[in-house]
Design a protein around this ligand. Structure first.
Ligand SMILES: *[C@@H]1O[C@H](CO)[C@@H](O)[C@H](O)[C@H]1NC(C)=O
Ligand SMILES: *[C@@H]1O[C@H](CO)[C@@H](O)[C@H](O)[C@H]1NC(C)=O
Ligand SMILES: *[C@@H]1O[C@H](CO)[C@@H](O)[C@H](O)[C@H]1NC(C)=O
Ligand SMILES: *[C@@H]1O[C@H](CO)[C@@H](O)[C@H](O)[C@H]1NC(C)=O
Length: 325
């Protein structure tokens, strides 16, 4: 009798637990159906059929333990705004809406409910307005990509409060203002900074000199003054692009890390002599054209392997690959 009871409990438990061991939970399914509806039931989401399992047969949906953990919608005819119901997918780790040129509006505040979000990619849509400060409430985000949109206004200073951030990619927008002073005090990682092709201006905070960035790309803005804080003998920085700005500093005073493989300083107002150290780097990309450098290009290393256009339009640079001094 006892055994029979146990067996029946065992089987009923098995039955109760079976449905949740596969198939998405109804909360997540409902949220996704709401999202589909508020995007006007686009063809791209035609596989989102209420009668099928959202975890196994819906485009762009991935689950872990029956909870939706990744939503990837990309390259399709979707128009409208990012639906508020996105915040109801509370187990999301990856949110990727990219290459949706008719996705407009801003990022809804409900996104801050996604406390487990790790990757937030909203790349190459048509989002606009200021980048909301509340994104920084997403403390688990490691990778933030808002590039190629129409965002305006300043860079949120609160980004420095995101402890796990490894990359800030906000390039190719219409951002204005300067690099926030708070970037001198990141609470966690030192993230790769991709700020290129915006309308940013002003001086870079000196306090950034204490960081060892891996990659920094500030090209195509209106930055002025010193840009040498990104360099330093003991750093492990690999790539620096400060091109197409109005940086003005003495290159001869800069100490370069041996780790640098890509260096573009072209189209600035950088002056001084050409540092001998540059001939010791394993450079794959190099360009100092259109500056105010002067003197002899040191021989040796890889410098002579670059085309003259990598050195041209300076005040008085000379030596191979330019004309003899
Ligand atoms: C982006 O949105 C603006 C209006 O905010 C519109 O004029 C423009 O055509 C849109 N761009 C694309 C590629 O859809
Ligand atoms: C980050 O995610 C982990 C689990 O993925 C969770 O335990 C933690 O509470 C989250 N952090 C924050 C700040 O919410
Ligand atoms: C670089 O590292 C060396 C050796 O660890 C140390 O002696 C030197 O002070 C460091 N230089 C700077 C500018 O931190
Ligand atoms: C260097 O930059 C200038 C200015 O952008 C460009 O015209 C030239 O082709 C570049 N040269 C190389 C070798 O990258």
């Amino acid at each position: 009798m006892k055994l029979l009871l146990r067996l029946s409990i065992f089987f009923s438990l098995l039955f109760i637990s079976l449905p949740s061991s596969y198939g998405c939970t109804s909360n997540d399914k409902n949220a996704l159906l709401q999202i589909k509806k508020s995007l006007n039931n686009p063809h791209l989401l035609s596989s989102w059929n209420p009668r099928t399992d959202c975890c196994t047969s819906w485009t762009g949906v991935e689950c872990t333990n029956s909870r939706v953990t990744a939503l990837t919608i990309s390259s399709g005819e979707i128009s409208g705004q990012i639906p508020n119901q996105i915040g109801d997918l509370i187990d999301l780790r990856t949110l990727d809406f990219s290459y949706l040129t008719h996705l407009t509006g801003n990022i809804p505040r409900t996104i801050t409910k996604l406390k487990n979000l790790d990757l937030l990619r909203l790349k190459q849509n048509n989002l606009s307005g200021p980048i909301p400060e509340y994104i920084s409430e997403l403390k688990n985000v490691t990778f933030l990509d808002l590039s190629f949109n129409q965002f305006t206004g300043p860079i949120p200073g609160s980004f420095s409060q995101m402890p796990k951030l490894q990359a800030i990619q906000i390039n190719d927008n219409k951002l204005t203002g300067s690099v926030p002073n708070s970037f001198g005090s990141f609470v966690g990682n030192v993230p790769n900074l991709y700020l290129f092709n915006n309308k940013l201006s002003g001086k870079i905070p000196e306090s950034l000199s204490k960081y060892d960035f891996n990659a920094v790309d500030l090209s195509g803005n209106g930055f002025i003054g010193d840009g040498s804080m990104f360099f330093g003998r003991n750093k492990t920085t690999v790539r620096v692009d400060l091109s197409r700005n109005m940086f003005q500093f003495d290159l001869s005073k800069v100490k370069f890390a041996r780790s640098i493989v890509s260096l573009d300083l072209s189209k600035n107002r950088i002056f001084g002599k050409f540092p001998r150290e540059l001939s010791k780097l394993r450079l794959e990309h190099f360009n100092v054209s259109y500056n105010r450098l002067c003197g002899k290009i040191p021989r040796g290393g890889l410098l002579q392997t670059f085309e003259p256009s990598a050195f041209s339009h300076n005040l008085c640079l000379c030596g191979t690959p330019l004309k003899a001094c």
